[in-house]
Write a protein that binds this ligand. Structure first.
Ligand SMILES: O=c1ccn([C@@H]2O[C@H](COP(=O)(O)O)[C@@H](O)[C@H]2O)c(=O)[nH]1
Length: 223
């Protein structure tokens, strides 16, 4: 199950990112680089992190179709294993991104449906997430970022091979912080999540590897 756990490296510099990578080691299969770290350290760090783990570049591109297609080409050139766009960019943007991703068959392209921090009512989030997941499928993307609460229905609608990546993971009474739609690792697996994204519960743990192993144990309990 380690290969289905992604650690969000939401730290501000290379040294902290490498320390966290070494701390979690093989207890996780994936590292996720988001806006903060990429803006600070850029492609060189992404290449280095790729040497030990699979890499999800989580920059949520959302721009005109031509610009997003170009950004996807750049991500593909970096050799990342997964990259994302925001489905709010619409059908044409998604199709342009999917067209550009075709040149990089080893890279999965996914779309954010509704942010797990979005305060919209749960039922509304569910409807929008389903509609955007279908749009992403039709545009040729490989999957979506969604909350655990929508993952099972998205699989039912878009097929079992359509990837679901779920942030908003908390367990054992952890504070949800800014996340609105949260679930624990066992529920994520039970609901059909392919990959779980965990940031602060691992980053801020006294022993990050132990926190990752705890998450994996809960994932295994649901498999
Ligand atoms: O809908 C989304 C999309 C992306 N994220 C990212 O996942 C992590 C979650 O971090 P936690 O500290 O575990 O809350 C973070 O990098 C977000 O940018 C998301 O949370 N929700």
């Amino acid at each position: 199950m380690q290969d289905r756990l992604m650690v969000a490296l939401d730290v501000d510099c290379r040294d902290k990112a490498l320390l966290m990578r070494d701390a979690v080691g093989e207890s996780v299969g994936w590292l996720k680089v988001g806006l903060r770290l990429f803006v600070a350290e850029g492609p060189a760090l992404v290449r280095d992190l790729k040497l030990t783990h699979k890499l999800f570049l989580d920059l949520k591109f959302h721009d005109i179709p031509n610009t997003v297609a170009q950004a996807i080409e750049s991500a593909g050139g970096l050799g990342v294993d997964m990259v994302n766009v925001h489905a709010g960019g619409g059908e044409e943007m998604l199709a342009a991104a999917a067209g550009a991703a075709k040149a990089f068959p080893g890279m999965k392209l996914i779309a954010v449906t509704v942010l797990t921090s979005d305060p919209m009512p749960k039922e509304e989030a569910r409807e929008v997430a389903l509609q955007r997941a279908k749009m992403a499928l039709d545009a040729g993307l490989d999957g979506v970022v969604c909350s655990v609460h929508e993952a099972a229905e998205i699989k039912a609608l878009c097929g079992q091979n359509f990837i679901t990546v779920t942030p908003g993971i908390r367990w054992g009474g952890q504070d949800a912080q800014d996340q609105k739609r949260v679930a624990d690792p066992a529920s994520a697996i039970a609901n059909g999540s392919d990959y779980l994204v965990v940031g602060r519960p691992i980053l801020h743990a006294p022993d990050p590897a132990q926190a990752a192993r705890e998450a994996v144990a809960m994932m295994e309990s649901a498999a």
